[in-house]
Design a protein around this ligand. Structure first.
Ligand code: ADP
Length: 760
């Protein structure tokens, strides 16, 4: 191996690694100046840097002298640029006064397999290390970002993250890049662990400090409160209560009761658990509006106007409400019936009730009785019951702050009853004008007059309202909106409302009609407009956030079909183009909580024992419809040209989507046709839908919810609907009647003729 001489500079403990640079200043009187001269004159600026001299020093760093500067005081300033490790074979002149020299030889670099993988691993660890530990500068990451040599990589990283001089020295003496890589990994792991331990310790100490401090502050406060109140707290309270009771405008009976309870409170010892119970009870009696009323606005023209302002359309609903108010005025509120708004969610039932309250100048309160089984939720628990409170009626009256609010009771179709009582009969007595004058809550005990309250109820399904309650109600139906009605509501109500809520100028946002229709069609699926409102709200919120965060000044923002997905993401609903004809699949129509919808009914048959298999979460009534359909076809197989042998097959009827519960008799016609189609290969147009109950003799019976169903059908691209003869279509929206052809049939035979003769 080739050996050669190099002048040596001893750094006395400072470690210079290859690929790093060190700035040094040499004293003019120092021997080192001569070494520099030697390097410059005879060695092309090359020099050997030795960090620490000892007998065993075997590694030095070949370095180049750069940027040499003679300072006025004779000193020399240089940059020492480390290049590579060299083996030191021998030092010369060590004991003489001549400049130190060495005999060195090159070190052969080992072969490194998978160098890139090792480097990537190191980079990854290093990144997480640097990002986790706050006091390490992330400048080192840019140094090694593109580095592909492990040798250079380790030498560049070490001085940046290792503080311990001896450890750096070990790196210097390790001539294997792989060995140095391993050392580095180990060091990074250890450092990370150390940091974690330190941080945990810090947090623990901080938490203990915080807790001590919290306790201290609380104790101090408690001391102060105790000092402040002393024993006089109850006396003070008594005085205040006495004053409030005197001032309370309420029936004499209530005042007597309050005074009685106050005496009990006074005589109760402070430590008694009774004390708080009595105190709470007094507070409840004091906070109810016994004799506080708001004055009705009887100007019905004005009321109509404000309803028109707050809600689009709903003409008939509004007229019925005005009629109801007029009759009530005439009969001085003695009219016994109660309005119940029935319709799918989001069609404006609640907000309409709020608008009525505003228009006739009544306070508004609302409760939901959906899911209530236990009547004590409505009329409270007795005071003897631990943690007793009044029921929802009295709690709402307290919130109402007046004795004659408009009281909305939601979801009366979702009550159920069990052994704990029957909420329906409880509700009936609350609504009854004869009885509700003397309403009694279990907790309050005293009668509270509810006869001035204006009750309005809401429900989604008229069928599910308990019968005795339904008898007492004046039902007003609000059906779902068509797309164009939704468009109008969006333009005239929702968008201005949301823009206003966000404090924007009314011309600031421009959305054209096609874009709104796209939101309606592809981002919502509902009978009402609640989801539509949410989507528009989402768009506007995003715009407002952008403006505020980026401090943008804009006069107008245009939202169109192209940039819509920027605000709302991918389309949620897609309406597929219908295939032309199909066998064994018939579109039924359903009335779901989201409004009307198309319900495809699928039928398959296969070799079996003549069983009927039903899937798709069908309720009992729907299952019976399927049996009726099959029996009817069996009985009339000749007429429909069905080979009777076909009924030996197992017939499978499925109604997607499988997880959603479906029930009711109105799929009878569709079920029958779907079986017939499967068994005889009869082709059914896929833009056709039908609804109607079927009897065992094949008669088509009238069904409910046609309006909702036809709106849903229109949304799904249905062009023709077969309906029972007795169903009326005069009330259907114009838009529906313009786009969908309705065909009335008296029985299944007629339906069959319509399809078989190609009238469709
Ligand atoms: P429901 O009580 O029937 O579930 P809401 O009264 O809560 O429905 O109405 C949902 C939202 O739709 C409300 O913001 C309401 O203002 C709006 N909305 C519904 N119908 C109309 C309408 N005809 N005109 C204006 N806004 C409407």
């Amino acid at each position: 191996m080739k050996k050669y001489n190099l002048p040596v500079i001893l750094l006395n403990g400072i470690v210079l690694l290859p690929h790093n640079t060190l700035k040094l200043e040499f004293d003019s009187k120092n021997l080192d100046n001569n070494v520099i001269d030697m390097a410059l004159l005879f060695h092309d600026n090359y020099i050997l840097v030795v960090s620490e001299y000892s007998e065993n020093t075997k590694i030095g760093v070949l370095s180049k002298l750069e940027n040499i500067l003679q300072l006025p005081n004779g000193n020399t300033r240089v940059d020492l640029k480390g290049i590579r490790r060299l083996n030191i074979i021998e030092f010369l002149n060590f004991k003489s006064n001549d400049p130190l020299e060495s005999i060195v030889s090159e070190i052969e670099l080992e072969k490194i397999e998978n160098e890139d993988i090792i480097i990537n691993k190191l980079k990854k660890e290093l990144k997480s290390y640097v990002n986790n530990i706050p006091y390490i500068s992330n400048g080192v990451l840019s140094l090694i970002d593109k580095e592909t040599s492990l040798d250079k990589f380790t030498d560049l990283v070490v001085p940046n993250i290792i503080n311990n001089k001896n450890r750096i020295f070990e790196y210097l003496n390790n001539i294997s890049p792989i060995g140095r890589g391993e050392m580095l990994l180990k060091d990074i792991y250890e450092e990370k662990q150390m940091f974690q331990i330190e941080r945990n310790l810090d947090m623990k100490v901080k938490k203990e400090l915080d807790e001590n401090q919290k306790e201290f502050i609380l104790r101090e406060k408690m001391k102060m409160i105790k000092e402040e109140l002393g024993d006089s707290s109850k006396d003070n309270d008594l005085d205040k209560l006495k004053k409030r009771i005197n001032e309370l405008d309420c029936p004499k009976k209530i005042k007597d009761k309050l005074n009685y309870e106050l005496n009990r409170y006074e005589s109760c010892v402070s430590m008694s658990p009774e004390l708080n119970i009595i105190r709470d009870y007094i507070e409840w009696l004091l906070s109810l509006p016994w004799n506080i009323y708001t004055n009705d606005n009887n100007n019905l023209k004005q009321v109509k106007k404000s309803l028109d302002e707050s809600h689009y359309g709903l003409k008939e609903v509004k007229n019925r409400i005005i009629e109801y108010l007029a009759v009530n005025q005439m009969s001085n509120n003695k009219n016994g019936s109660i309005v119940c708004l029935v319709g799918p969610p989001g069609v404006g039932k609640t907000t309409l009730a709020i608008s009525i309250a505003k228009a006739i100048n009544r306070n508004f309160v609302q409760i939901s009785v959906g899911g209530i089984r236990d009547e004590s939720e409505i009329i409270g628990h007795r005071r003897t019951y631990v943690g007793a409170n009044p029921g929802r009626i009295i709690s709402s009256m307290k919130k109402a702050k007046s004795n004659n609010p408009l009281f909305l009771i939601d979801e009366v179709d979702k009550m159920s009853s069990d052994y704990k009582g029957d909420p329906t009969s409880c509700l009936l007595s609350i609504l009854d004008k004869e009885q509700n004058k003397y309403f009694s809550d279990n907790y309050i005990e005293e009668e509270y007059d509810l006869s001035n309250v204006f009750f309005i109820l809401t429900a989604n399904y008229i069928e599910n309202i308990p019968e005795p309650l339904k008898d007492r109600l004046e039902i007003i139906n609000l059906s779902g909106y068509t797309e164009y009605e939704k468009l109008d509501i969006a333009i005239k109500h929702l968008i201005p409302k949301i823009i206003n809520k966000n404090g924007l100028n009314k011309d600031f946002i421009y959305i054209d009609n096609d874009t709104i229709l796209k939101i309606i069609r592809n981002y919502t699926k509902e009978a009402g407009v609640r989801e539509l409102e949410r989507q528009i709200d989402k768009i506007i919120r995003k715009i407002v956030t952008q403006i505020v965060v980026n401090n943008i000044k804009l006069n107008k923002i245009i939202i169109n079909e192209q940039n819509l997905n920027k605000y709302l993401g991918k389309e949620k609903y897609k309406y597929n183009e219908k295939t032309k004809e199909q066998v064994g699949v018939v579109n039924g129509l359903a009335y779901t909580p989201f409004g009307g919808d198309v319900l495809p009914i699928e039928v398959n048959y296969y070799k079996g024992k003549g069983n009927l298999i039903l899937t798709g979460s069908l309720g009992d009534v729907m299952k019976e419809s399927a049996s009726i359909a099959l029996s009817y076809l069996k009985a009339n197989h000749k007429y429909y040209k069905i080979n009777y042998e076909m009924f030996n097959n197992d017939i499978h009827i499925h109604v997607p989507e499988g997880a959603i519960k479906k029930d009711g008799p109105s799929a009878g016609l569709a079920l029958t046709l779907a079986i017939l189609s499967a068994l005889t290969n009869l082709k059914i147009p896929s833009d056709l839908a039908m609804t109607g109950e079927i009897t065992l003799r094949g008669h088509a019976l009238e069904i409910g919810g046609l309006k909702e169903k036809s709106i849903g059908a229109l949304r799904s691209g249905i062009k023709k609907i077969i309906i029972p003869f007795d169903n009326d279509i005069t009330d259907l929206p114009k838009e529906v009647k313009n786009s969908i052809k309705f065909i009335k049939v008296k029985n299944f035979k007629e339906l069959y003729k319509v399809i078989n003769n190609g009238r469709i």
